[in-house]
Design a protein around this ligand. Structure first.
Ligand SMILES: O=C(O)C(=O)C[C@H](O)[C@@H](O)CO
Length: 267
C-alpha cells in the first residue's frame, strides 16, 4: 500500500484546469463546508489567516478523502515547518515569496525524503502515513508531493526562469497583491503594468512546462486570468464570501443598495 495519490498534481500534469477557493477563516467547520462546494482545491492559508499547526491539522482532517484537494500555505518556506505539515498529511504546498532558484531547490529538498531531500523520518506519528498503517509510505511519498512556489515581487519575476527550471517545482503562482505592492501599486493589482507583468510571467512559466497559478476575488478579473492561461486559480475567499453574504443580507432586507460584484483588483 502506497502514499495517497495526489489528484491535484495529477490533474496539473494532464493540463486539467483546477478551480480553487481560499480558506482563511481558520475554521475546520468552514473548511468542511467549503469542501462540499465542488471546488477542485482549497487553500488553507497559514500566512494571512489565523491557521496555526493545530488548526491546519484540523482542516486537513475534515478535508481528508473529500473531492476538494487541500493545499497548505505556510507563513514562510521553512524546512522545519514543512516537515510538520507533511507529517500532518499535507501533500501540496503554496510557498510564499520565492525569489531565487536556490530558495526553490531548498524547498524541493525540504519536502522530499533522502537521498532526494532532507525530510525527517517521522510520518509514523502522523496522518500522512495513516498513522503508520501505510507500509510503503516512506518509499512512495516523494512522488505524491506537489510544490507550488509564489512569484510575487520584482526579484521573483527576475529569477522566474531559473526558478521554473528547478526540478521538483510543479507550479508557479503569481501573487497579484504582493506583486502590485512591490511594483509600487499597493492595493491596485489590476493596473496595466501589473497585468502585463502577470501575462508575461504566465508565458514564461508555460514555456518551462510548469503550471500557472493565480487568485482574485473579482470575477471579471478571474475570466481575464483564465484567458491568459491560468492552469489553477482561486476565485474567492471564505472570508470575503461570508462578509459579502451577511452584509448583503442585511442591506437587502433594509433596502440599502447592495454593492455589485467586485470589479477588477480585489485581494
Ligand atoms: O499576493 C497575493 O495576491 C497573494 O499571495 C494572495 C494574497 O495572499 C491574498 O490576495 C489572499 O486573499
Amino acid at each position: 500500500m502506497s502514499a495517497p495519490k495526489n489528484p491535484f498534481k495529477a490533474a496539473l500534469r494532464k493540463g486539467e484546469f483546477q478551480l480553487g477557493l481560499w480558506v482563511a477563516l481558520g475554521s475546520a467547520y468552514a473548511a468542511e463546508i467549503a469542501g462540499g462546494s465542488g471546488y477542485d482545491w482549497l487553500l488553507i492559508d497559514g500566512e494571512h489567516g489565523p491557521s496555526d499547526m493545530p488548526l491546519i491539522g484540523a482542516q486537513l482532517g475534515v478535508l481528508r478523502g473529500r473531492p476538494a484537494h487541500a493545499i497548505v500555505r505556510p507563513p514562510m518556506g521553512e524546512a522545519w515547518l514543512l516537515k510538520q505539515l507533511l507529517d500532518l498529511g499535507a501533500q501540496t504546498f503554496l510557498v510564499p515569496m520565492v525569489e531565487s532558484a536556490e530558495q526553490a531547490k531548498a524547498l524541493v529538498r525540504a519536502v522530499r525524503y533522502p537521498p532526494a531531500g532532507i525530510r525527517g523520518v517521522g510520518a509514523g506519528l502522523g496522518r500522512a502515513s495513516d498513522f503508520n498503517r501505510i507500509p510503503d509510505y516512506l518509499t512512495t511519498a516523494n512522488d505524491e508531493i506537489c510544490l507550488i512556489v509564489q512569484i510575487e515581487s520584482r526579484a521573483g519575476l527576475a529569477a522566474l526562469d531559473e526558478i521554473a527550471s528547478v526540478e521538483g517545482v510543479d507550479g508557479l503562482f503569481i501573487g497579484p497583491s504582493d506583486l502590485a505592492a512591490d511594483m509600487g501599486y499597493l492595493g491596485q493589482p489590476s493596473v496595466a503594468p501589473v497585468q502585463e507583468a502577470i501575462r508575461d510571467a504566465f508565458v514564461r512559466i508555460h514555456r518551462h512546462g510548469k503550471a500557472r497559478g493565480i487568485m482574485t476575488v473579482a470575477l471579471d478579473q478571474a475570466h481575464e486570468y483564465r484567458a491568459m492561461g491560468a492552469d489553477f486559480m482561486a476565485i474567492g475567499t471564505d472570508v470575503n464570501c461570508l462578509v459579502r453574504a451577511i452584509d448583503g443580507l442585511r442591506r437587502s432586507f433594509l433596502g440599502v443598495p447592495v454593492s455589485g460584484d467586485q470589479k477588477g483588483g480585489g485581494y
